[in-house]
Write a protein that binds this ligand. Structure first.
Ligand SMILES: Nc1nc2c(c(=O)[nH]1)N[C@H]1C(S)=C(S)[C@@H](COP(=O)(O)O)O[C@H]1N2
Ligand SMILES: [Mo]
Length: 264
């Protein structure tokens, strides 16, 4: 059989990979018994040990094998990531109404943040460590996009986010664009981090609005990072601090076994 073109994946197959990775991440995070069931149902244990070079003799070797797969995933996804490929955008008529809320807590516990005293902290490998008020961020050029948000918990929804181009913001603060990671600390103690290539992707937006209005508290007021190339848990809401670093910062779900790259 002749292989026609090198790996040039369609968005559909990228979505399928993302979904598979999401399922793996989800399985990673599941309880012990469902983890074993996942392995039994979708991979043979022999196959898993061949793939990872670990003998699956006990629960901790299964853990190690899954962690290795997750690391392989990070590398494969970083390699597959194409900075020029755009995630699909949609017409306003396709926006999901109401857009779902999700967090590691319930909607009744959403943080209420005072926009007038809010200051965004910017630290790490950046030339300009000044803090930013909301009005300063609103004064920067704004972009807006209707894109699909995919959550590994099994739902997706289309929404419209607007704000500052994150690449533009990183340039403006004199970030070291050769650094490996951009990390985020949130007002609800959530945290995550992303690769620099995704930070600089043209659709990555430091979002100030949802559907043309200031972000409502439940969608992350005052600031959220919106990346249509990444799964839901990589998109931090209620951002308080942004830092540029070469030291792996992890993330709230990532540290519990979710795949770190988490995207396409
Ligand atoms: N600060 C913060 N950001 C977060 C989360 C969170 O719990 N806290 N949950 C993540 C997950 S898992 C999802 S699916 C999306 C949900 O965003 P939404 O409420 O706008 O749908 O936020 C992501 N960002
Ligand atoms: Mo999610």
């Amino acid at each position: 059989m002749k292989i026609k073109t090198p790996m040039r994946l369609s968005l559909d197959s990228r979505a399928a990979i993302t979904e598979a990775v999401g399922r793996l991440a989800h399985a990673n995070r599941s309880m012990d018994s469902s983890r074993r069931n996942f392995l039994r149902n979708s991979l043979s244990l022999g196959g898993l040990s061949l793939l990872t070079g670990s003998a699956l003799v006990d629960e901790s070797s299964v853990e190690t094998a899954l962690a290795k797969i997750s690391h392989l995933n990070d590398q494969a996804q970083a390699w597959l990531f194409d900075s020029d490929r755009l995630a699909p955008t949609y017409p306003d008529s396709m926006i999901t109404r109401p857009f779902p809320f999700n967090a590691y807590y319930g909607e009744d516990e959403v943080r209420d943040i005072d926009g007038s005293s809010f200051r965004l902290e910017v630290t790490g490998l950046v030339a300009d460590k000044r803090q930013w008020s909301l009005s300063e961020l609103r004064a920067m050029p704004q972009i807006e996009q209707v894109t699909r948000h995919i959550c590994v918990e099994g739902w997706s929804a289309i929404g419209k986010w607007g704000g500052v181009s994150f690449a533009g913001f990183l340039q403006r603060v004199g970030a070291d664009l050769t650094a490996k990671y951009v990390g985020f600390k949130c007002a609800d103690d959530y945290y995550t981090s992303i690769d620099m290539a995704t930070a600089l992707h043209s659709q990555t937006t430091l979002a100030l609005t949802y559907d043309g209005r200031p972000l409502p508290p439940k969608y992350g007021f005052p600031l959220k990072l919106r990346m249509p190339t990444k799964l839901g848990y990589k998109n931090p809401k209620h951002i308080q601090a942004i830092f540029v670093t070469n030291t792996y910062p992890g993330g709230y779900w990532e540290d519990q076994g979710y795949n770190w790259f988490g995207g396409s």
